[in-house]
Design a protein around this ligand. Structure first.
Ligand code: HEC
Ligand code: HEC
Length: 224
């Protein structure tokens, strides 16, 4: 398949999944809640505190960030797309994405609260990782992929420097994310431990990559 087709197909298929979910939600919801209002970032700030999200994701979603500790594997949420955040919470809740702590958290909040919390984190200045060195192997893979091994260029979905694409709200911002978290997610996509991307696209993209390439990608992305 032509590589430029992927973002097009992806947005179509994500759009279908999303509207199917929205249609389901509509059928189940009482009439007064038919419209799904966008989250309220002011309410979301208080809820992020009350629901303890900031204990692990950091004040304003900038990460709990202590070097070398397990804390490094807590994702940053600042500037993340709200729709992506809501999808992940639903996936943790259903078990489509596996993580014990987050499954407990996801089951303790309603979608309405998550929309507000996501709106709050999304409204914060974008995530910024450490690093910034020229990790050329990772950068080249990110921008060009590797046609000889069928690796799609990450940039076509995740946008320039991993900052996301406005029209693809279910593709996460990854530029400036904590590098240990990125490194772990990339390995989990590669091994199939994480499998919640539409059509398994992230598993296919990562499959041919070596440890050194994964590490270089994580460091490059964290630094931009
Ligand atoms: C006890 C610590 C802890 C608390 C409290 C917590 N989280 Fe998490 N969260 C994590 C960890 C660890 C991960 C990474 C999971 C993984 O490795 O897959 C995560 C991942 C996530 C992700 C996925 C991020 C991504 O980029 O894919 C979202 C979204 C999220 N948390 C939202 C929340 C929200 C909203 C709350 C509050 C209701 C919350 N979390 C509370 C520890 C926590
Ligand atoms: C065809 C589009 C597409 C391509 C190409 C692509 N991604 Fe993704 N990526 C996605 C989508 C969609 C998700 C979210 C999946 C989900 O719902 O959990 C994702 C998720 C991720 C995540 C998880 C982020 C988080 O916060 O947990 C990382 C890291 C990532 N991609 C890195 C990459 C890298 C590195 C490449 C290139 C080697 C790449 N992606 C190529 C679409 C793509």
């Amino acid at each position: 398949m032509k590589s430029w087709l992927y973002p097009v197909l992806l947005s179509l298929s994500l759009g279908l999944v999303w509207s199917a979910q929205a249609a389901n939600a509509k059928r189940k919801a009482p009439p007064a809640q038919v419209a799904s209002p966008p989250g309220d970032p002011v309410l979301g700030k208080d809820k992020a505190d009350a629901e303890r999200c900031i204990e692990c994701h950091g004040v304003d979603g900038h990460g709990a960030g202590h070097a070398n500790g397990p804390e490094g594997k807590f994702a940053k949420l600042a500037g993340q797309h709200p729709d992506y955040i809501l999808k992940q919470i639903r996936d943790f809740r259903s078990g489509a994405r596996k993580h014990d702590q987050m499954a407990i958290m996801a089951r303790s909040v309603s979608d309405e609260d998550v929309r507000d919390i996501a709106a709050y984190f999304a409204s914060q200045p974008g995530m910024k990782g450490e690093g910034g060195d020229a990790h050329t192997v990772g950068r080249r893979l990110y921008e060009q992929g590797d046609a000889t091994r069928g690796v799609l260029a990450c940039v076509q979905c995740h946008g320039a420097q991993g900052k996301g694409v406005a029209g693809l709200p279910l593709v996460p911002v990854i530029g400036g994310q904590e590098w240990r978290y990125l490194d772990q997610q990339l390995r989990d996509w590669r091994s199939g431990e994480r499998r919640n991307s539409a059509d398994g696209v992230m598993n296919q993209v990562l499959k041919p990559l070596t440890d050194a390439e994964v590490e270089s990608l994580a460091l490059y992305l964290s630094g931009v």
